[in-house]
Design a protein. Sequence first.
Length: 392
Amino acid sequence: MNQNIPTSEIQDFISQNLRTDLISILLKPLNFKGVTNKEIAEQIEAKIKCKDKLPTWFGTPNIYYPNKLNIEQTSSESTAQYKTGLLSGRSLLDMTGGFGVDSYFFSLCMEQVHHCEMNRDLSEIAEYNFKVLGRTNIHTHAVDGIDFLKNSDLAFDWIFIDPSRRHDAKGKVFLLSDCLPNVPNNLEAILGRAKKIMIKTSPLLDISAGLKELGSVKEIHIVAVKNEVKEILWILERDYKNEVLVKTANLNGSAVEKFSFSLDDEKLASSNYSDPQEYLYEPNSAILKSGAFKTVGRKFDLYKLHDHSHLYTNSQLLAFPGRTFKILKTIPFNKKEIQKLNLHKANITVRNFPMSVAEIRKKYKIKDGGEAYLFFTTNSEGEKIVVHCHKA
């Protein structure tokens, strides 16, 4: 951490140049004492990334920013606030503290928070920013979280872990044992120091794979922001052996779409099928990630178009956690019928269909946009169909 960056002269320059081209900042002679052009450009770049994601940091004077990669990897304020709603108690250990966004919000509902970050420079930055933000109940430790736990006699109400994938973890599918810290290998020791654990993983982690690696899972929270899944939260409780509850949340400003189900109920549930009726329902991304394909239909008394399409229909308009459409027409998938729609612009979605959106647009010369929505999918008889809708 460069102690010259928080000075008023540098901070004023950063604030005044948020819209300045970074290349020009790198090339022009700035001649600030003890600070390079590159460091200033990096501060500006990282601060810009915080404008929407971390408005508290962006709007607070004299914040020190790490490199942009740390900003990209950290929780957003909306997801960090969601986590605080799951907590109760007095003390929490953040084993993988990073830039400190989660620790900051944890400190608003916990009496004591311990922030561990093995990168000493990042730990120093987090400690400095906690002081700027007025959080006096966060204790920073520039150590590996597992080592801190082993060398301390402290016990906690909660332990929070955000494992990072190791560089040698390949492909889109990975295991928790591919991450640092290796939670499965240390789970017994961690649960020995806290009754409850919250583990944050990326949406890339398969839920069934996570369940195989972890024991004592009580709840799984799948959190989306504006219909994009951002993180999966695993709530573990010492000695818990009952059914696992899955809670989905799609955060969109002040509006939150929620849907909950148990894994046991999903296994036992069955679906009813129908051709498209009056309305079409598409679950939000958090529900789709959760795999609640049967229980969501059952809860809202909906019919599925096909077992693998994950589109639902009925004859009544319902409040639904996802997108809702009024069906105008359903046609078989063929060139003649598509041309009869006379649509040169439409929003296209494919579900359980052999062609991509790009292929369909190219073949049928349909541009993106407009008020029309076309769903290219498969019905319960295995026939390829196109559902023409507009938003309900």
